[in-house]
Write a protein that binds this ligand. Sequence first.
Ligand code: UDP
Ligand code: MG
Length: 309
Amino acid sequence: MLKLSVIIPIYNELESLPELLDELASVLRNSYEYEIICVDDGSSDGSAQFIKDQALQNEHVVSLRFLKNSGKSSALNAGFDKAAGEYVITMDADLQDDPSEIPNLITELEKGYDLVSGWKKKRHDPISKRLPSKMFNLVTRLMTGVKIHDFNCGLKIYRKEVVKSIEVYGGRHRYTPVLAVQRNFKIAELVVNHRPRKYGTTKYGGFRFFHGFFDLLSVLFLDQFDQRPLHFFGLFGLGSILISFAIEAYVLVLKIAVGHSFQKHFTLILFGAMLFFLGLWFFSIGLIAEMIARTQKLREEQNYQVIED
Ligand code: UDP
Ligand code: MG
């Protein structure tokens, strides 16, 4: 039988958990072998104890707990590391994602994709969230060239190879389709049912999209330059120094050919000198980044601590 791993990041979702586990069991019970990896992201409402107890009683439940709140990306990453199933499904803990969509996601994946991302086309969230989200998706689509509508949908399915080859941290869980495309995996999008939040409140404020933008820059930058940052900074450094030479040469030509004094072009000389030092500064940053890239290769580091029950 096909084995599935369902990963659920949990931050203070105690009220939703019993219903969610029931719903999942009724969808998965007779059709698949499965594990439900509940990752508690440092909850303070008893969610951690709840999933710990569930793991003892229910052979399908795996409980992972963080000592402190480390973010949804880290929670998903811990789940990705642990997942043993052929297909890996992620979904939010708050009952907004509908477990009965799982068979549809599997059907779509088996058409020959490596990742299928949910699309909350008819979304049950306040307008204060829907509007910025539209903007966020548009910008991400334009900047990455990845043509999906709902990057941040919690409900997604991946082939195991995809989750084992990507690393999510910070806010990068929003960009798993981009990370997958960067690694040449095939992705698709499927419209999924979305439900209003029944219990508890959203864990993110309006600043999420602001943070999301910086995460996007980092996703794009690291794809191109994480192994060779000097190629990025060096370009600006070289440009800056070349312009500075051109400016100083221009002043020199004016002095020799037209007889202008250096005093007359003092500001320009100063501007050229500034560009020269700016160029050196870019090179230095690039060289330091090269050293960091090398150190990183030598030492893998995780930014969360995880306990397995
Ligand atoms: N979440 C998490 N760690 C956090 C914030 C959120 O694990 O620091 C979980 C949360 O419990 C939920 C999912 O991530 O299962 C999505 O959060 P939420 O429903 O608040 O986001 P929204 O639906 O508002 O986008
Ligand atoms: Mg939600």
